[in-house]
Design a binder for this molecule. Structure first.
Ligand SMILES: [Zn+2]
Length: 180
């Protein structure tokens, strides 16, 4: 098996750690990476892309053992919650995938959706740029409460609060300070 090569994670400053968590939408369940990345979240540290869950492990648990993958117990690839992460080998990861019905074409009761339904209820960030701007516009009109805005866009209230406080998506909204 090919030896896994991962970029070493540099010593992080408090500011970098805080910036990292500012892109994570925390909840009672998974903590979802809300910035860039397709399947897995991508964080940028000093112009280098590092998977968000690897960084989360590094920050929340400690240095990742050499050559190890960071796997999810929750099967949610954008999840950055340290207690949902474990360091494993590619073998652990594919065993884990098989046990969850991912990585093959299983259907029926073995399929992942039967084992981990919350994964499908909670697919992570799914707002478009237009929706994010429209949430801000709605909030500025002051006719809807944040809870009503959350319902309108079918997102959690925290997601709305994070947007309005500039905690998430400030690259789009240009919000530097909490506006509401
Ligand atoms: Zn999780």
């Amino acid at each position: 098996m090919a030896k896994l090569k991962f970029r070493p994670i540099p010593e992080l400053t408090q500011v970098e750690i805080e910036r990292f968590w500012s892109h994570v939408s925390k909840s009672d369940g998974c903590w979802i990476w809300t910035a860039s990345g397709q399947r897995y979240g991508k964080a940028k540290i000093r112009r280098v892309n590092i998977s968000s869950h690897r960084l989360a492990y590094h920050i929340g648990i400690g240095p990742i053992p050499e050559g190890k993958l960071v796997c999810h117990t929750c099967d949610n690839q954008k999840c950055c919650r340290p207690d949902h992460l474990f360091a494993g080998t590619t073998v652990d990861n594919s065993k884990d995938m098989l046990s969850k019905g991912r990585g093959n074409k299983a259907s029926g009761p073995r399929h992942g959706s039967h084992i981990k339904p919350e994964r499908f209820d909670n697919p992570g960030p799914r707002l478009t740029r237009k929706q994010i701007l429209s949430i801000v516009a709605d909030a500025k009109l002051n006719t809807l409460t944040n809870a009503e805005i959350a319902r309108k866009y079918e997102v959690g209230k925290t997601t709305v609060l994070n947007i309005l406080s500039g905690k998430t998506w400030s690259n789009i909204t240009k919000i530097q300070n909490r506006i509401l």
